[in-house]
Design a protein around this ligand. Structure first.
Ligand SMILES: [Zn+2]
Ligand SMILES: [Zn+2]
Length: 364
């Protein structure tokens, strides 16, 4: 077996950030070389945008669980080296031929899901689960750099959102799509298991749909944050029996919609005990392994189980409108900040639960 090379190849058209002295205006790129190690590179600016594309300046990069798992080396189907960054607030600098939806100067959120346009999912209006999906910052290099080229159709502009807000749209999209999967109705009890950023985005849209939300977690700090956001019912599963608490809260019915945003096998398998008779479950988080459940329990309740992956293009414009109108306020979510250059130093701390990161935002 060959050992990995100790000196990785630089990114295309790049060189180590320490080698200065050229007249070419190099740009900064931060790349995750292998689990646990970032490196800074100077990279040549991208070329002028080809037809249908836009050259954008990256201003904000939100950090989420996918990035932290990639850093820790436990993200399924992840290869190194990789430029992370899929939650992006950007400004259009130039557009290629045939682009009419955005213009230079526009501030945009980026839909980071590059789909093929031809597979069965794409043909049926589900580009979020394209058979050949390439997510920026996950399967292909993403936005932890000063400039990127993106297809113009993946840019969602707003005249008033800040770059912070634009970078949070993708995270909100995950919750938006998950709640749509369950077709949440006004007045029903919706249980959200796991109150990290993904759980928070589910909570946001479950409330928007009129549900009475119950948040369940084992982390008291996360639950108290949910309480500050006005979540009606909180269950600390490290202190009380979740099933008993759900029966008490719902007057013996159990919740009719259950979302698991933990990505934990144990939690997801346990979640089959939480829905009411005839209820729905949505697995928002994921892990690499098997989920098993007791079939009589599943059948007796006539449960419906949905997976939820990414978000739809229309979710981005809907979320931008909701933030513009003030119906969604994500400002309390951002707990940590750094500059792009500081990422190699501060990122290891963000990966530790005791740091208490809800959402870290990188400024470029
Ligand atoms: Zn994310
Ligand atoms: Zn496709």
């Amino acid at each position: 077996m060959r050992l990995p090379q100790s000196r990785p190849r630089p990114p295309a058209e790049g060189r180590p950030a320490t080698a200065r002295g050229s007249s070419i205006p190099f740009l900064k790129t931060i790349r995750l070389e292998e689990p646990g190690r970032f490196a800074a590179w100077d990279t040549e600016p991208p070329p002028a945008p080809p037809a249908g594309h836009a050259l954008v300046a990256v201003h904000r990069i939100g950090v989420c669980g996918t990035d932290l798992h990639a850093f820790s080396g436990n993200q399924p189907f992840f290869s190194y080296p990789r430029v992370l960054g899929h939650e992006l607030g950007v400004e259009v600098l130039a557009v290629g031929d045939g682009v009419s939806t955005v213009a230079p100067g526009d501030r945009c959120s980026v839909e980071p899901y590059m789909n093929c346009g031809a597979c069965i999912a794409c043909r049926r209006g589900k580009p979020n689960c394209c058979a050949h999906l390439q997510v920026l910052g996950v399967h292909v290099d993403g936005g932890m750099r000063e400039r990127i080229l993106v297809p113009a159709t993946k840019l969602h502009p707003s005249g008033s959102l800040t770059f912070d807000q634009l970078a949070l749209v993708e995270t909100l999209g995950i919750g938006c799509h998950a709640v749509d999967r369950a077709r949440v109705c006004p007045g029903e009890y919706a249980l959200v298991v796991g109150a990290g950023p993904i759980g928070l985005s589910v909570i946001q849209f479950a409330r928007e749909a009129g549900a009475v939300v119950i948040a369940l977690d084992m982390n008291a700090a996360r639950l108290s944050f949910c309480g500050q956001l006005g979540v009606e019912h909180l269950i600390d599963a490290s202190k009380e029996d979740a099933q008993a608490a759900l029966l008490r809260i719902t007057d013996g019915d159990l919740p009719t919609a259950v979302f698991d945003a933990t990505g934990s096998q144990r939690s997801m398998m346990g979640a089959f005990n939480f829905p009411a008779q005839g209820g729905r479950m949505v697995f928002v988080g994921l892990f690499q392994g098997e989920v098993t459940f007791n079939d009589p329990n599943f059948h007796r309740r006539e449960l419906t189980l949905h997976a939820s992956r990414n978000a739809l293009p229309g979710d981005f414009s809907r979320i931008i409108r909701l933030i513009e109108s003030g119906r969604i306020d994500t400002s309390p979510w951002i707990t940590h900040r750094s500059s792009l250059a500081e990422v190699p130093g501060v990122f290891p701390g963000w990966a530790k639960p005791e740091t208490g990161v809800i959402k870290a935002m990188i400024e470029v």
